[in-house]
Structure formats: structure tokens, C-alpha cells
Design a binder for this molecule. Structure first.
Ligand code: NAD
Length: 735
């Protein structure tokens, strides 16, 4: 089969059925060769005697997934972008100008370039399949719809509905698409092709007239919003919304808004498309876009990985899991597993505690129901997958056990030894511990090769990361099984080796400690937090984060870290006073901030400064110093975790884990991408300066210092060959 066959015309009388079925690919996408083939087809159709064309996909869940991101990633110059965009515009314009009636019969994902292509057709009919999603996700990659989407979508569905899709990178299902006028009908999936052909025959019978669909507002409000008076109001509201959502860190949605505001109502199509292209190029050449595209690739890579190197290692099939402990984490894990169709047996020590887990799951599914994400039937089906027990009944049938009882090594070991007696020998045993040694815990298991860490983050339903922790004896099969299970639960797994705090908590700890030093140095809690969120882009500042984790937990972990990592983890003086105070953070309503009964954050508790033996804050430090001390200390620790301790294999692992586990700003590409962008030399020099001023905890660690010597990047570091040659003697490797 060739590219010709990938896009083929099947004659159906007066109608050309245009079948999309990209050869050798799982999905249809608009790469340059495919676009050229589309141009040929459009030419062919133009010369033919067909009166209508109906486009269908022969891929089961994909209509057209979008433009080829690999190509976008490869392009570096404005000229190249301009060439690709101009070609696409010419091809879609030719499709739009075909003398035939053009109909897209959409089943499956119709995204980005795919959506922009169907907008150039006269009619669109969608299937009601849950796989059908039509939308423009470009802004999520730091770009904007550049194949005519910013111009054609507003003309099709009006300003509010189109901005809703374009600025948030959203996709809608068939029914919603029909409601907003993005498609002309939403029909049962089995009838899609037949109904689209019937639609074509009807239009032919009516004279095969072309249609120029332009949005006609209905109702006074819509009419106002579409008027010359109303439009500025819509644009200004949209801009406010974008700035609130992105804090100005993501240029693409604002640029897309600019395109729509400059082109809406413009009669010259070519002029409008040229504006779109010009703005596309502006955002596509930014570092933000490159970083977001790289992140997309990292996520795609995880989908293909198994968590182990051996190609023939197969994960064990998982149908049922047991969850030990129905508390905050156990209840969350049970809910997410049941949501994905896995049977869950939850065990705790009392019915009251079990009820906590059930309530947790039911509240989350209840929210989905309220938002119409699921039906009452789905709600019941999902809840019925979770059962509770106080003994080990049913444990023989379990494929995996996830332990989420309280954080106590002795208790955990006791429970593991007891539970194993009730399991079949193949059952994989995973612990959700956040700070204890997986290696030590595995001693309680008669088959430590079946023992592994599966570290979820709180809240489980929202946090996308799972650290899959390999102990020295953990087998490939156990690792691969938990890696696969994490993916099935909708999470992004990263394999880490056992060590204090694994990866994410290990990097966060010095960052949170540094915030306490900033406070000791006279900085105000809210000033520091605001700089981290509004100037750096973290989802929350370090003090707010400590409140969220629990100040009692933070203190405990600082001590554990100090013990295992030595003087590198310097304990701030205020820890003693904090330890003696009753402040636990959000959970008891008093931390660095105050919280209301519902857990909503109120203002900083001014009393905290005095209570911790500090004077009123005078804010003597610059924004630059506050941000650098916190972020660079994480980079420093990451250099040790990656290069010296080999907690993870690659800088990508660090970046993915930090973005997914802490919300490290995705537009910066991740912690080590950010370090590379600044230059390791700069980071090390600054740390050296801060160390001379504030203490040796900030001194560049050896692996970072080694990179800095020749200004090498983390992203050129591999461990291959590093073992014999010692720390920092890594072989170069491109990415
Ligand atoms: P939690 O106190 O909310 O829940 C623990 C549950 O375990 C309770 O319901 C308790 O009754 C139950 N339990 C105690 N002994 C048991 C036994 N012998 N058998 C069965 N159940 C028993 O605690 P949590 O916050 O859900 O934490 C659980 C684990 O997850 C800990 O190891 C913790 O470190 C880890 N973790 C917590 C978080 C977090 O933010 N809370 C995040 C990641 C990991």
C-alpha cells in the first residue's frame, strides 16, 4: 500500500467516498506527504463528475488526530513554518472551493489539523461514539490553530463557543458539537456512513449547491456578543480569563485571541489566514512551545515503555487488587482503580475506617455524576467494584496488593508478613509509603522479588504521577506489572530506585527547607509564595505546599532526611519552635496560613512570625535570590539523585516526575531543562555565591560542579560507562 491508497476515492454513483486510512500508522495524521496527497485528491475531485464527496476514516477510533507533531518539532525557522502553513492554507482553501458538496463523516478523534480540515467542508456529521472528540488542542503545545482554525471556527460557531475551544485547547463530543453548531448532526456510530451518504444524496437531489455556513446568533444576548459593540466585551473577558488561568506564562492562547479579534468578520479569507500564519510563527518559535512539545513526547514515550529494559518482560494481567488501609490514600487508590474497571477489595481495621474509604470514592464519583461526566448507572457500576473487608477473605484471588496503612515501618512489616500468608504466590505486593525504605520493608516478604513501591501523590484522583520504586531485589515482572497498572489507572509512572524520599520528595525537601531559611532571613511568607506562583509559575508556593503536606509530616521528614543525607540537609532553627507549636497546616486550620472549616486558605497568620521567634518580616532579599535559592537547591539535589545515586536513569525522568508530581511549570520544560537553559555554569556560580553568604548547604554538589566546569548540560548526560569512571564521568548522549 502506498500513500495513494492511504487516501483513496471509492465511487458510489454520484458520490465520491473518500477513505482515510494511513498505511502503516495507527492514526491518520496530516504529515506533508499526506497533505500533498490530499491536494492531488482535491484536484482529481475538481476534474471529476462527482457531485458530492463524503470523507470517512477507516481507523476505528481516529478520524484525523491532527498535524504531524514530529514535523512541527523539526522545524526551526520562520521560513519553513511559513512554507508549511501557506501550503496547508492553499490545500484547505481548494477543498473549501471545490464545486462539489463536501461532507465530513466524523467518528473518533478529529483534532487540530483534522478539525481545521473539516471546517473547510460544507457539512459535518459526527458519530455519538464516546471516542468522537472534535477540537483544537494546539495551545497545549504552545502553538495555535494554524491551518485556518482560528479563522474558520469562529465563523462556524460564533465567538464565545469558538474561544472556549481555541483558548483552552478543548475538544467536544458529537452531541456537544451539534449543540454549538460545529457539526450539522450527531448520529449513532453504526449509521454514520449511511447517514452521511443519504445526506449527500439529498443535497445532490436539491441541486448540489455549495453552502457557506456563517454563524447567525440567536437570542438577544448572542446577538449583542456578535455585534461590533459586544465583541470588545467578549475579547476583553476572554483575555482576563486567559491571564487568570495562565498568569501570562503561556503566550499561545493570547496570540490565538489576537488572531480571532483581528480576523473575525474579515471578508478576505487569504488576508485573515495570513494573519493567522504570522501569529502562529511567533508562538511556534518560542522556547515555551518547544518545551511543551518535548513534554508531549516524554508523555508519549511513557505510553510505549514497560518500566524495564528487557523487551520480553511481560506485565502480569491485573483484574483485582486489594488495598490495605482505607484512609486518605487507600480510599483514593480504590476510587481511581474502580473508575478504570479494576475490582478492588479494601481492608481496614474497623468498619468506621472502611466507611471513610467508601465515602471518599463515593464523593468523587458523585462529583462526576453532578458534572454529567458519568450517568447514575456508571456511578453504581463503579462503586460496586469496591468491596470492603476486615479480614483476608478474597485475598487469594488478588493479582496485586497495595499497602496504604499508616507510615510506620514496624507495623508495615508486620502487616506485610501477615497478608502474604493469604495471597497466591504470584501476587505482586506494592507499598505506597512516602518516606520509608522499600528495601527494608521487602525483608518482611518471603519473595522480595514480588515486592515493589507504588508511590501515589495526594489527592490520588488529581495527581498524575506514580513513582514505581524498585528495591534491589524487585523483579522485572513486578516492576513492569506496577508500571502497567499505573498507566491503566490513568497515571504517568516513573521508575525510581529506592533511596530517601525516592525522587520527588527528595528534591522538594531542600526546596521547602530553603523557604524556611528565607523566612529566617526576614522574608514574608506571602511575598515568597507569590513570587513562586506569579513570577516562576509554580502551582503553589513553598509555604502553602508545606501547609498542604502537613507541618508535622514536614518536620518528621526533615529529620529523616538529615539523618540519611547528613549535613547537606541543614535543619533551620525555626523547626524546633515549629515542632513545639500546635500548627499542623491545612489539616488543623493553622499553619503558615489560616484555613476555614472547609479547608479554604485564608490569609497568612501574622502570629506565626513571633511564635517561631522571628521579628516582623522586612523582606530584605530580592525576588531573584528567593527564587534561585529555592529552585537551584532542587537542581543541586537532582544532580546527586540522577548522576551520583542513579535514583532515576535520565534527565527526562527527573523533569517528567517534577512536572507530574509537583506541578513544576510545564512551560519551563522541567527542572533540568530549565537548568540547561540557564547553563549549569550559571547555576553553580550562583549557588557558590549563596553558599558563601548563607552556608554550605547551598554549595554546588560534585556532579553539578563537574558539569559546570565545562558548562555541559544535564540533557547530554548518560550513565553508560559512568560506573567505572566515577561520578561525573558520564558519556555524552544526545536527546
Ligand atoms: P491515613 O491515616 O489516612 O490512613 C491509614 C489507614 O490505614 C487508616 O484507615 C487506618 O485505620 C488503616 N490501618 C492502620 N493499620 C492497619 C492495618 N493493620 N490493616 C489495615 N489498615 C490499617 O494515612 P494516609 O495519609 O492514607 O497514608 C497511608 C500511606 O500512604 C502512608 O504510608 C503514607 O506515608 C502514604 N502516603 C501518604 C500521602 C499523603 O499525602 N497522605 C501521600 C503519599 C503517600
Amino acid at each position: 500500500m502506498s500513500i495513494q491508497e492511504s487516501l483513496r476515492i471509492v465511487p458510489k454513483g454520484d458520490i465520491a467516498l473518500l477513505e482515510w486510512d494511513l498505511f502503516g500508522e495507527k492514526v491518520n495524521k496530516l504529515s506533508t506527504p499526506v497533505m500533498f496527497r490530499l491536494r492531488e485528491v482535491v484536484e482529481e475531485l475538481k476534474k471529476s463528475s462527482f457531485k458530492a464527496v463524503v470523507m470517512v476514516s477507516r481507523k476505528s477510533k481516529i478520524f484525523i488526530a491532527g498535524a504531524d507533531i514530529e514535523e512541527i518539532k523539526r522545524i526551526n525557522t520562520k521560513e519553513e513554518f511559513n512554507k508549511v502553513l501557506t501550503q496547508a492554507h492553499e490545500i484547505f482553501n481548494a477543498l473549501e472551493d471545490l464545486p462539489l458538496v463536501t461532507i465530513a463523516a466524523i467518528n473518533g478523534a478529529c483534532l487540530g489539523g483534522g478539525c481545521e480540515m473539516v471546517l473547510a467542508c460544507d457539512y459535518r456529521i459526527a458519530s455519538d461514539s464516546p471516542d468522537t472528540k472534535i477540537g483544537l488542542p494546539e495551545v497545549k503545545l504552545g502553538i495555535l490553530p494554524g491551518f485556518g482554525g482560528c479563522v474558520r471556527l469562529p465563523r462556524t460557531v460564533g465567538l464565545p463557543a469558538s474561544l472556549d475551544i481555541i483558548l483552552a485547547g478543548k475538544a467536544v463530543d458529537g452531541r456537544k458539537a451539534e449543540k454549538i453548531g460545529l457539526v450539522d448532526a450527531c448520529v449513532p456510530a453504526q449509521q454514520l456512513e449511511e447517514r452521511a451518504l443519504a445526506w449527500a444524496r439529498e443535497k445532490i437531489a436539491a441541486g448540489a449547491k455549495k453552502r457557506r455556513k456563517t454563524y447567525r446568533p440567536v437570542g438577544a444576548m448572542n446577538k449583542f456578543m456578535d455585534s461590533f459593540l459586544g465583541r470588545p466585551v467578549v475579547f476583553s473577558q476572554a483575555k482576563k480569563g486567559v491571564l487568570k488561568e495562565t498568569k501570562g506564562f503561556y503566550p499561545a492562547p493570547l496570540k490565538a485571541l489576537e488572531v480571532v479579534s483581528r480576523t473575525y468578520g474579515m471578508s478576505q479569507r487569504e488576508r485573515a489566514l495570513a494573519i493567522e500564519a504570522e501569529c502562529f510563527i511567533e508562538v511556534a518559535t518560542t522556547a515555551v512551545s518547544k518545551n511543551l512539545i518535548d513534554l508531549f513526547y516524554m508523555m508519549e514515550a511513557v505510553k510505549k515503555q514497560t518500566g524495564v529494559e528487557g523487551k520480553d518482560v511481560k506485565p502480569l494481567p491485573v483484574q483485582s487488587i486489594a488495598v490495605l488501609g482505607a484512609g486518605t490514600m487507600g480510599g483514593g487508590i480504590a476510587q481511581v482503580a474502580a473508575d478504570k474497571g479494576i475490582l478492588v477489595r479494601m481492608k481496614d481495621i474497623s468498619n468506621e475506617q472502611l466507611a471513610v474509604g467508601f465515602r471518599h470514592a463515593s464523593e468523587i464519583f458523585g462529583k462526576y455524576l453532578k458534572r454529567k461526566r458519568i450517568t447514575k448507572y456508571d456511578f453504581d457500576a463503579k462503586m460496586s467494584r469496591i468491596s470492603g473487608t476486615l479480614d483476608y477473605s478474597g485475598f487469594q484471588q488478588m493479582d496485586v496488593v497495595i499497602e496504604a496503612i499508616i507510615e510506620d515501618m514496624n507495623l508495615k512489616k508486620k502487616v506485610i508478613a501477615e497478608t502474604v500468608k493469604h495471597l497466591n504466590p504470584e501476587c505482586i505486593f506494592a507499598t505506597n509509603t512516602s518516606s520509608l525504605s522499600v528495601t527494608e520493608m521487602a525483608e518482611a516478604h518471603p519473595h522480595p522479588e514480588n515486592f515493589v513501591g507504588m508511590h501515589f501523590f495526594n489527592p490520588v484522583d488529581k495527581m498524575p504521577l506514580v513513582e514505581v520504586i524498585r528495591g534491589p531485589k524487585t523483579s522485572d515482572v513486578a516492576t513492569a506489572t506496577i508500571f502497567e497498572l499505573s498507566k491503566r489507572m490513568g497515571k504517568t509512572p516513573v521508575v525510581v530506585q529506592d533511596g530517601p524520599g525516592f525522587l520527588v520528595n527528595r528534591l522538594l525537601m531542600p526546596y521547602m527547607i530553603e523557604a524556611m531559611f528565607l523566612m529566617q532571613d526576614g522574608m514574608a511568607i506571602d511575598v515568597v509564595d507569590r513570587w513562586y506562583t506569579h513570577k516562576f509559575g509554580m502551582p503553589m508556593g513553598p509555604f502553602r505546599l508545606m501547609d498542604e503536606v502537613g507541618l508535622d509530616v514536614c518536620i518528621k521528614v526533615v529529620k529523616i532526611f538529615h539523618k540519611s543525607l547528613g549535613d547537606r540537609i541543614e535543619v533551620p532553627k525555626l523547626i524546633t519552635a515549629l515542632n513545639e507549636s500546635s500548627r499542623k497546616g491545612k489539616k488543623n486550620g493553622r499553619g503558615f496560613y489560616l484555613y476555614d472549616a472547609k479547608g479554604q486558605q485564608l490569609s497568612v497568620d501574622r502570629a506565626v512570625y513571633g511564635e517561631l521567634g522571628l521579628g516582623a518580616p522586612t523582606n530584605p532579599l530580592t525576588e531573584k535570590e528567593c527564587l534561585e535559592r529555592g529552585v537551584f537547591t532542587m537542581i543541586n539535589e537532582a544532580s546527586l539523585a540522577l548522576i551520583e545515586d542513579r535514583i532515576v536513569q535520565t534527565p527526562q525522568d527527573v523533569d517528567l516526575a517534577m512536572i507530574m508530581g509537583t506541578g513544576f511549570p510545564p512551560f519551563r520544560g522541567g527542572l533540568l531543562k530549565y537548568a540547561d537553559a540557564l547553563g549549569t555554569q550559571y547555576v553553580a556560580q550562583e549557588l557558590e555565591l549563596y553558599a558563601s553568604k548563607c552556608g554550605s548547604r547551598l554549595r554546588p554538589a560534585q556532579p553539578l560542579a563537574n558539569l559546570a566546569k565545562t558548562n555541559r548540560k544535564f540533557y547530554a548526560t548518560s550513565h553508560k560507562g559512568g560506573v567505572e569512571n566515577g561520578v561525573g564521568a558520564q558519556a555524552e548522549r544526545g536527546v
